[in-house]
Design a protein around this ligand. Structure first.
Ligand code: EPZ
Length: 431
């Protein structure tokens, strides 16, 4: 198993390129199942465990998937199997994205119900309701979703999402584009990853209007075609790297980063006292001598993203004053708090808020990753802590950050990846 060993206290300096977006690449990969012929090419795909997991799922379904030098080539002409097995879905809940395309193209799908995740249940009721609206029967059998198009083909429908859901919007969109007739979705998610998916589907021949707004109109078509597209930047990796600079009183520039995709995050860095300079494809952050306590509330886009909430909590341990960090998307996404407190932070949980008392001198220690973004917050704290911090179980991190330790080391951080045996008995001290 791998751990990251960090010797904190070094202000980060220099520039680093941001990888392609994990949360945009995943739905684009699944959308390629909608093309009955040709080879879909997606460039700037990050080399991550989640990408590998979904590639394996697409292969089980019968697609040919090649991944080389951050480029995916997917051919879905020979798809034979319309089942997503539990063994893969439990590794990554985004596997449920295959439900819509399999139903749209083959009229049937058997997809394992995803489990929960580190911070609690992750329901999929909105996905299932949307499929029913589009004319599918949906049963639960033996932990699997068994869906069938009542007529041979899905039929267009009006889908009013009672809450904004990135995954349900993406799934419904990929089902509606091949349905017979038109569909209209309201309260659709407008995260950049969904906008990128909609544009990708249009390049495949889909008819979608209202892209980038919460109301999407879709005119179903008979067939979609393989296309080629470049993936967008990972706005969460970008925010995480900026937080690494700010927490170490550093000065960095991100390249290949589109600041328009994370305006609210940049606004919060400015409120915290950071100087932010942007171009169309770069973001420069200069840290202040003293960070200001800055409250955030994680909400749907374009508000502050829940995927940056843990990282912000780590940053605010160094701010002058007390900050309140609320997550209105996932009320219990705070597994990082006890671990941050082990490093000397003073964070109190109150319902779905973390109250972070700032200006805490963090002291390195062994800490345990519990989920992707919690791991990131522990690394940030380790970069600011005196002494050595060991972040264990970084396989969580490898799901969503490509070689983060190399990116941070290139900015001057003293961070290395080392093997360790989690269950080795502690070695007796040498005499
Ligand atoms: C996506 O998950 C992201 N994952 C998550 O990023 C992100 O945290 C989340 O959106 C919110 O922005 C991917 O894109 C692969 P939702 P998703 O459906 O689609 C509730 C990361 O760290 N809900 O927008 O699963 C749900 O419980 C990951 O990269 C239902 O009630 O999120 C939550 O409270 C973690 N019923 C809210 O909606 C449903 O059927 C938003 O969830 C679906 C969701």
């Amino acid at each position: 198993m791998d751990k990251l060993v960090i010797h904190g206290g070094v202000p980060l300096r220099g520039s680093v390129a941001v990888s392609g977006s994990k949360n945009a690449a995943l739905p684009l990969m699944v959308a390629s199942l909608l093309a009955a012929s040709g080879k879909t090419i997606i460039t700037r795909v990050p080399d991550l465990r989640d990408i590998e997991t979904l590639s394996n799922l697409l292969r089980i379904i019968g697609a040919r998937v090649e991944f080389y030098d951050h480029t995916l080539a997917i051919s879905a002409s020979a798809i034979s199997h319309t089942e997503a097995p539990y063994e893969l879905v439990k590794k990554m809940r985004a596997s449920i994205y295959v439900l819509g395309p399999l139903l749209a193209r083959f009229g049937r799908a058997r997809v394992s119900l995803p489990g929960g995740c580190a911070w609690g249940p992750r329901p999929v009721d909105l996905h299932l309701e949307a499929m029913k609206k589009l004319g599918a029967s949906v049963e639960l059998d033996d932990g699997y979703i068994v869906a069938k198009a009542k007529r041979k083909r899905l039929t267009g429908a009006k889908i009013d999402f009672k809450i904004s859901s990135v995954g349900a919007t993406g799934n419904a969109l990929m089902a509606a584009v091949l349905a017979k007739g038109s569909s209209r979705m309201t309260n659709a998610a407008i995260e950049p990853e969904i906008t990128a998916l909609a544009k990708f589907l249009v390049k495949m021949g889909a008819k979608i209007s209202g892209i980038g707004t919460t109301t999407l109109e879709i005119e179903g078509v008979e067939e979609l075609y393989a296309t080629r597209d470049e993936n967008i930047c990972d706005r969460i990796e970008a925010g995480t790297l900026l937080a690494a600079a700010a927490i170490t009183k550093g000065h960095i520039t991100l390249t290949d980063a589109d600041p328009l995709q994370f305006k609210e995050v940049l606004k919060k860095f400015e409120l915290a006292g950071c100087k932010i300079k942007t171009t169309a494809s770069s973001v420069e952050l200069i840290s202040p001598a003293k960070l200001k306590a800055t409250n955030v509330e994680a909400k749907v886009y374009p508000k502050f993203p829940t995927d940056m909430q843990a990282q912000w909590s780590a940053l605010m341990t160094q701010a002058d004053g007390t900050s309140k960090i609320t997550d209105s998307i996932y009320a219990d996404r705070f597994k990082h708090v006890p671990e941050l407190n082990r490093l000397g932070a003073d964070i109190e949980l109150r319902q779905n808020s973390a109250i972070v008392r700032g200006k805490k001198k963090l002291q390195g220690a062994k800490v345990m990753s519990t989920d992707l973004r919690a791991s990131a917050s522990l690394i940030l704290a380790g970069l600011a802590a005196s002494g050595t911090t060991e972040v264990l179980r970084v396989y969580h991190l490898d799901r969503g950050y490509e070689k983060i330790e190399q990116k941070l080391a290139a900015l001057g951080a003293r961070i290395t990846r080392e093997k360790y045996d989690e269950f080795a008995a502690p070695k007796p001290d040498d005499d």
